[in-house]
Design a binder for this molecule. Structure first.
Ligand SMILES: Nc1nc2c(ncn2[C@@H]2O[C@H](COP(=O)(O)OP(=O)(O)OP(=O)(O)O)[C@@H](O)[C@H]2O)c(=O)[nH]1
Ligand SMILES: [Mg+2]
Length: 325
């Protein structure tokens, strides 16, 4: 999972859980002094428990759900296309507001109870502040619900690490991108002889510790030449390409068994348009004769084997002194 998020419950769950914990704590304590003193001690403990337990729950939510502004560009864009970013921000802020309010009412109640010499006043203070706390938590009902909906969407986000040399495998459906990922890394995603097998971004790591090489390789779902009417899966691939890839490997299947060469050529224009460095890789060369491979290698300045591709990748990253390779 890209974000480590906990399941969110409804307000009644948090309220019941907290008040029960507070009741349990108060009931096991024995208090000293007259009736007023005993009640005062009990209610001070009750609000201590309410503050700790409820704030803990709310704080866990607003700390674990990432602030939109802290997200990388890739996740910001992904959030924008998969959920309502405005409503997400508002919901996070509402949880924080509720957390502060709960603590405020607990402090207010404790301060008044500590000074009170009157049993009725102590009970009144307790009931009115518990009432306010319950009302605060009920007020964020729709925000809690929305954040839990977001959690279900976030669950399917790819976990793309920042700070690693990242390569995106890009190309038409069925051309052999996932097969290439399995040759470069130990990832084992599904490979099938039909288009659109890959429906999410598969991630693998190519590591050669002795040579200080660590590459993050993103196998993107197959794309077609329809940049203005992409579905969500294609949009994800496009975002990974734009925001995460330091280098793109364009996988071309020029065996004539899948897509037309002219159509596949247009993907190269796309890469040039978004100004990404790229290497062309010819897949399925075992289905071609030697002369054809040599001709295509020259025409596209392409890698016609996995060894040549790895050499090309190394050469590319060596030219970037900031990168680890
Ligand atoms: N002969 C041969 N077949 C290959 C090669 N690479 C892939 N294939 C076959 O081509 C088909 C598609 O391979 P995938 O790796 O799933 O292709 P993909 O580009 O990831 O496909 P999508 O996920 O649908 O976009 C499978 O049947 C593979 O076995 C290759 O180098 N040679
Ligand atoms: Mg695939």
């Amino acid at each position: 999972m890209a974000f480590n998020l906990q399941k969110i419950e409804n307000p009644d769950f948090y309220i019941d859980f907290t008040l029960r914990k507070a009741r349990e704590r108060v009931s096991v304590k024995s208090f000293k002094g007259d009736k007023v003193a005993k009640n005062r001690q009990a209610e001070l403990i009750r609000f201590d428990v309410i503050d700790t337990v409820l704030s803990d729950k709310l704080r866990n939510i607003h700390l674990s759900y990432p602030r939109f502004d802290d997200l990388t560009d890739f996740y910001k864009e992904l959030v924008k296309i998969t959920i309502d970013a405005g409503q997400y921000k508002k919901s996070c802020a509402a949880i924080k507001w509720a957390d502060n309010k709960v603590s405020f009412f607990c402090r207010q109640a404790k301060s008044r109870i500590a000074k009170s010499r009157d049993l009725v006043d102590i009970k009144k203070t307790r009931d009115s502040n518990i009432g306010r706390i319950v009302s605060v938590v009920k007020q964020i009902k729709s925000n809690l619900k929305y954040l839990d909906e977001c959690r279900r969407v976030f669950k399917d986000y790819p976990t793309i690490k920042s700070g690693l040399n990242t390569i995106a495998l890009y190309g038409f459906p069925n051309v052999g991108k996932t097969t290439l990922l399995t040759k470069l890394t130990s990832a084992t995603p599904e490979i099938s002889n039909y288009a659109f097998t890959t429906k999410k971004i598969n991630i693998g790591y190519h590591e050669q510790p002795a040579k200080n090489i660590k590459l993050q390789i993103l196998d993107t779902p197959g794309t077609l030449n329809r940049f203005n009417k992409m579905n969500l899966i294609e949009k994800q691939a496009d975002l990974a390409l734009k925001h995460c890839a330091d280098l793109v490997v364009v996988v071309l299947d020029l065996t004539g068994t899948t897509y037309l060469r002219e159509d596949q050529d247009r993907l190269l224009d796309r890469i040039i348009e978004i100004k990404k460095p790229f290497i062309v890789y010819l897949s399925k060369t075992d289905m071609m004769d030697k002369e054809t491979i040599e001709k295509l290698q020259q025409e596209y300045n392409a890698a016609g084997s996995i060894e040549i591709l790895i050499d090309g990748i190394k050469t590319h990253f060596k030219k970037h002194p900031n990168l680890a390779i």
